[in-house]
Structures are given as C-alpha cells and as structure tokens.
Design a protein around this ligand. Structure first.
Ligand code: PEP
Ligand code: MN
Length: 339
C-alpha cells in the first residue's frame, strides 16, 4: 500500500503516522521527493482501515500495490534510485551510466592489470572479473578464489576503478567486504538464504536474472535483499534460456529493460556477453541495450579470447571494446536528447 502525503506535511506528523502504522506490524518506507512524502507500507495490510487513513488531513491519496514486489516497486519510490560506490566514485542509475568491463575470470595479475588499463582508457568506469566461478562442469577452471579477489582489490587501488565480482557462497562473505559491487550470478538468483545474508550488508548488489527466471521472479529476489535491509540493488538482464540454442547461448530479453524501468526504481544493467554467448553479437546488442534505456552495460573483455579460461567465445578483445565504447556513449547521448 502506498500513502501519498500532502506537500509540506511536518516531519512530526509523518513520524506520528509512521509509528502508528508500525504498531500494526507494518514496515514503513519513507520516500521524500521534493515537497512530497510517500510512505510505502510493506506487510499484511488486511487489518488496516484504508478509509480512515484516507480521511486524515495529511493524506493526499492511498493506493494498493497489486504487485507482490514492494520495496523495488516504483510506486514506493517514484524517482530512479542512484547507487553510489565509494565517495567520489562512479554512481549508477538516475542518469549515471555504468560501463562495466573485464574478463570473465581473473586468471593472473598480468592479465587483469593489462585488461584494466585498456578498458579504462576506452572509457569503462567499473572493472569486472570472476574470482569464484560458477562452472557447469566441476572439472573446468573454478577461478583463483581468494587470490583472484586480492588481485581485483589491487587493480582497484592502482586504477581507481570500482570492482564487480561474484559471491557464490555465503561462507566467503568476509572476503567481500571491500568489494564495490557484489554480483549474484544467474545460478544463485533464487538462493534466498544467500540473498537474505546480502541484505545485511550495504555493498551494492548486482543481481542477475535467473537462467530461466521471469521478470517477476527477478524482482522478488531483489525484494529478499531489500527486505533484509540492503536497498542498493542493481538488476541485470543477462539472457534467458529459450528453445534457441544453435546460434545464441541465451536469448537476451531487451524488452526487460523498459519493463523493469517502468516497474521499479532500481538501476538496470544489461550483459550482452552472457546474453548472446558470441563476441560478434555483443556490439549490436550492447548498442541496442543502451538505446532501450539501460543504466549500464557489463561486457566481457579478454586479452586473448581463444585462450581464455572461461567464456572466451563471448569476450571482446580490448581493441574491439575500444571501438565499441564511444558508440555506446553516442547512443546514450542520442537517447537522452530524445527524452
Ligand atoms: C559471469 O558474469 O561471468 C557469470 C557467470 O554470469 P551469469 O551468472 O550471468 O552466468
Ligand atoms: Mn562469464
């Protein structure tokens, strides 16, 4: 339920109403947008006398949110959420664009530092790299683990680029304290115990859409993190499993971008690398995602794709990335001038 208060309502009156609602076992989220205050009520609102609330002199309107996701719902927070990294670092959402690039897996110090240098020169403002890798086969490269994470932290120190890396297991959470954006991979999107634990942190979480996940399921997973106290959630469309398997690895659902932008206030990032599985398709889909209004892109870049230890087929070379990045910025500009 969403309660919109009249402009200029005093903080004292807002707090009074909030306390009363909290006594009814509801979670109350207060959103201030300019003069207007919106209270989002989460929980069982069945016992609430809506007409009574509507009749209060400080209340402008009351509406029900029919969708099962509450905290990510745009009705609760009409403006786009802007997610910050470290002080002075890049932001994402509300007009701030994240160009996240880097290898699928961190393979060595040399590899990571080389790629970091190239992508930063091309305009990337975040670096990605997996240290703990979710691989389909247990015999494939599983990532460098803690050593890979240490390399990422070093590259951040050297370049100033915030890092994005995947947490697979809650038991390694201690190692992730300094990670700027913690990725929840497609295979873990519905690992609710993991999501609850991530909700106890304040690090931004990049939540990928599940392998065959619906948009609603993605938003319900975001709800788990937010309901546990972490509002810093970034949604990521990374393609879903469909009947096509011959020519693309996944089917990148770009319609999810405007759908999500409409339903939620959270930033939306697109990953055209996993979304297609093919480096030759990445540029077109990256530009299409920017045109669709994405708040960011996550693109795999490898210094030597044929020899990559994971996802070489979908990785751009640094040169290909450098050719693509200015085109992405041009599309962004065009989209903004079209608004
Ligand atoms: C990745 O980003 O390298 C990754 C494994 O992603 P996903 O969870 O989308 O497959
Ligand atoms: Mn990958």
């Amino acid at each position: 339920m969403v309660v919109v208060l009249r402009p200029g309502t005093s903080q004292e009156k807002i707090e009074h109403l909030t306390r009363w609602l909290e006594e009814k076992q509801l979670i109350v989220r207060e959103y201030q947008g300019g003069e207007q205050c919106v209270l989002g009520l989460i929980g069982d609102t069945a016992g609430i006398d809506v007409d009574m609330i509507r009749s209060l002199d400080i209340v402008e309107s009351v509406s029900e949110t029919r969708e099962p996701f509450k905290a990510p719902n745009r009705a609760m927070h009409p403006d786009d959420t802007v997610i910050s990294t470290f002080p002075g670092g890049p932001k994402i959402g509300g007009g701030h664009f994240a160009l996240i690039a880097g290898p699928c897996s961190v393979e060595s110090r040399e590899q990571l530092f080389y790629i970091a240098d190239k992508i930063q020169a091309a305009g990337a403002n975040f670096i990605r790299g997996g240290a703990f890798k979710p691989r389909t086969s247990p015999y494939d490269f599983q990532g460098l683990g803690a050593e890979g994470l240490e390399l990422l932290l070093q590259v951040k120190k050297e370049t100033g680029l915030p890092i994005v890396t995947e947490l697979m297991d809650i038991r390694s959470i201690e190692l992730f304290q300094e990670v700027d954006v913690i990725q929840v991979g497609a295979r873990n999107t519905q690992n609710y115990d993991l999501l609850r634990e991530l909700g106890k942190l304040q690090n931004p979480i990049l939540l990928k859409r599940g392998l065959a996940g619906t948009i609603k399921e993605l938003l319900m997973s975001a709800e788990y993190i937010m309901a546990s106290g972490n509002e810093n959630v970034i949604l990521c469309e990374r393609g879903i499993r469909t009947y096509e398997s011959a020519y693309t690895r996944n089917t990148l659902d770009l319609s999810a971008v405007p759908v999500l932008k409409n339903l939620t206030h959270l930033p939306v990032v697109v990953d055209p690398s996993h979304g297609t599985g093919r480096a030759d398709l990445v540029p077109a889909m990256a530009l299409a995602a920017a045109a669709a209004g994405a708040d960011g892109l996550m693109i795999e870049v490898h210094n030597d794709p044929p020899r990559a230890l994971s996802d070489g087929a979908q990785s751009l070379t640094p040169e290909q990335f450098a050719e693509l990045a200015p085109k992405i910025f041009k599309v962004r500009e065009a989209v903004q001038t079209c608004k």
